[in-house]
Ligand binder design. Structure first.
Ligand SMILES: [Zn+2]
Length: 272
């Protein structure tokens, strides 16, 4: 599933083709791809609006519209957003459930084979996701606040990092990579972490996500950038997807276990 670095990369890629452009029409099918609005409402609230900004909150893409509404996209597992010309050969994309016709002869398409993603139009982001935690790369995510919240949870630290109300945007990949970089075992109860470990984990979360953004996300399955090309983060993983391979730090074989039902990769020697 696309996580913070992948969604951030898509957001950055959408700004140039979308900002300043007006939505002339909407083609969509009523399906679970549209949430919090029906098809007619979605089309009526988007048509004639100009995109004034494109931003990210957690794993959501927020297109700000001139009338004050937000057009929201969540990529789910297999969602892709891309901008193509009207006559593009991409017209054969049978998974393009929502198409926004833009001025200038371009289309924004949301394509999603497995349909876990969705689009919506709201006046306020809280209508979609009222309980999202702090953005880990923003000033809202402080070392002191992080330490304080960890003390209140006894569950496995890996499971807590995946909880979007605890901290926003982290999924399976970047949780595993952060815990490796911080040298903390995935099953450690959150409230058992010592100050030095908390400091390492706080720094690791930020650096792992920043590295992921710099490498334009991880294309391990469906994720692609807006221009259709792949990110490079998958070529630099320390542990994710590397079970059975040697740890790049100590040579010990990387193991895979399940934490809260999610495949979890770690080095049994480096992560205590
Ligand atoms: Zn190791």
């Amino acid at each position: 599933m696309p996580e913070l670095p992948e969604v951030e990369t898509v957001v950055r890629g959408l700004r140039e083709p979308l900002i300043g452009h007006t939505i002339l029409g909407v083609t969509c099918e009523q399906s679970r791809t549209i949430r919090h609005a029906d098809m007619a409402t979605l089309a009526a609230r988007l048509q004639g609006q100009t995109v004034t900004g494109v931003n990210r909150r957690a794993k959501y893409i927020l297109c700000e519209l001139s009338g004050g509404d937000l057009f929201i996209v969540h990529l789910g597992m297999t969602g892709r957003l891309y901008v193509v010309s009207d006559d593009s050969h991409w017209h054969a994309d049978r998974w393009a459930h929502v198409i926004l016709q833009l001025d200038g002869g371009q289309q924004l398409r949301f394509s999603d084979p497995r349909r876990f993603g969705f689009v919506s139009v709201v006046s306020n982001f809280a209508e979609i996701a009222p309980n999202i935690g702090p953005e880990p790369l923003s000033d809202d995510f402080t070392r002191a606040g992080f330490a304080e919240k960890l003390k209140r949870h006894h569950k496995a630290i890996k499971a807590l990092l995946l909880d979007q109300s605890f901290v926003a945007g982290i999924g399976n990949i970047y949780a595993d990579e952060s815990l490796f970089r911080a040298r903390i075992h995935s099953l450690r109860p959150a409230d058992s972490l010592k100050k030095a470990e908390i400091d390492r984990l706080y720094a690791a979360i930020r650096s792992v996500l920043e590295d992921g953004i710099a490498r334009q996300g991880a294309s391990i399955n469906w994720y692609r950038k807006v221009d259709g090309t792949t990110g490079e983060a998958q070529d630099h993983f320390d542990v994710y997807g590397r079970d059975g391979e040697p740890c790049l730090t100590c040579g010990t074989t990387i193991e895979k276990i399940y934490v809260g039902g999610r495949g979890t990769h770690f080095c049994p020697k480096c992560q205590k």
